[in-house]
Design a protein around this ligand. Structure first.
Ligand SMILES: Cc1cc2nc3c(=O)[nH]c(=O)nc-3n(C[C@H](O)[C@H](O)[C@H](O)COP(=O)(O)OP(=O)(O)OC[C@H]3O[C@@H](n4cnc5c(N)ncnc54)[C@H](O)[C@@H]3O)c2cc1C
Length: 260
């Protein structure tokens, strides 16, 4: 079974500050981490390998320093790491990012592709489903459990507000996972040492045969018109009473504000 896990290196949002003049993130001095949901995707990949055999590859598109995220993934025990990196990819929106990742996946070959449900910085949750669309394969989002994996198919539980859906898919398939799926393992000392020496495969735009118009800024249909922090007001209203009274009063307030 060939498993590819897409991981994104993100700024640790607990440490991020906003420049009040430009409303952009101040990234200087902010540590980078693997997107937390992607750690769950890596764990899911490793557990599938333990169950049915095969290999787990971590794939990321990013600048050269995204190698750090791949080394961390290697320290967890994955087999292979691929960095998709090229100046031609810069300025990519989710569409162009997913296009480039799908081309790399086509190149590497995969039966199961795992992504996090969303990245904690960009937060769109678009890249996983878009990769599946570019590859023309099925995808199931919000996976909270993998019930069974066989050569010709997979059975999974998709998290819903009021429970879960039991879903079955043929392979290849792309799954996006939620944190309820597992508890990510910690790297072992042996894993950390091996990861330091491991070779990371680099792929460029020409390796994935991507044309200039399909990647980077040129391949990105999204146009950012304006970035601003929403205005906050200091209006506050305290509601007293028992919990039941507070809930009833809150519902009345929300109805009056036409929020319900
Ligand atoms: C016009 C525009 C220009 C941009 N220019 C840049 C730029 O120059 N540099 C830049 O860094 N960002 C840029 N971005 C942001 C970039 O497009 C997004 O960070 C990226 O597409 C991922 O989107 P997201 O964070 O919403 O991920 P989501 O869709 O929320 O991520 C879901 C899952 O997809 C996978 N995934 C997401 N991104 C990657 C990745 N890079 N590699 C592997 N797996 C991934 C992970 O499994 C993740 O959990 C730009 C965005 C726009 C709109």
């Amino acid at each position: 079974m060939k498993i590819i896990v897409c991981i994104k290196q993100v700024p640790d949002t607990a440490e991020v500050r906003i420049n009040p003049e430009t409303n952009t993130l101040i990234r200087d001095g902010v540590p980078s981490i693997i997107n937390p949901y992607d750690l769950h995707a890596l764990e899911a990949g490793l557990q599938i390998r333990e169950l049915v055999g095969g290999s787990v590859t971590a794939l990321t598109m990013g600048p050269p320093q995204a190698e750090d995220a791949l080394r961390e993934a290697l320290s967890l025990g994955i087999d292979h790491a691929v960095l998709l990196t090229d100046r031609a990819f810069s300025g990519a929106d989710t569409w162009a990012t997913a296009f480039a990742l799908s081309k790399a996946i086509e190149n590497l070959g995969a039966d199961i592709i795992l992504c996090g449900k969303q990245a904690i910085d960009g937060d769109t949750a678009q890249v996983g489903p878009e990769i599946a669309a570019f590859l023309n394969i099925p995808h199931i989002a919000y996976i909270r459990k993998i019930d069974s994996v066989q050569e010709n198919g997979i059975v999974v539980q998709r998290l819903m507000d009021d429970g879960y859906d039991l879903m079955e898919s043929s392979l290849p398939v792309l799954l996006t996972v939620v944190k309820e799926i597992n508890v990510p393992r910690m790297p072992s000392l042996k894993g950390k040492i091996a990861a330091k020496k491991a070779e990371i495969q680099h792929m460029t735009a020409s390796d994935i045969q991507a044309g200039d118009d399909d990647i980077g800024l040129k391949g990105s249909p999204t146009q950012v018109k304006n970035i601003f922090a929403p205005e906050t007001t200091k209006d506050r209203k305290m509601i007293d009473g028992t919990n039941e009274e507070k809930i009833a009063a809150l519902l009345e307030e929300l109805k009056a504000l036409r929020c319900l």
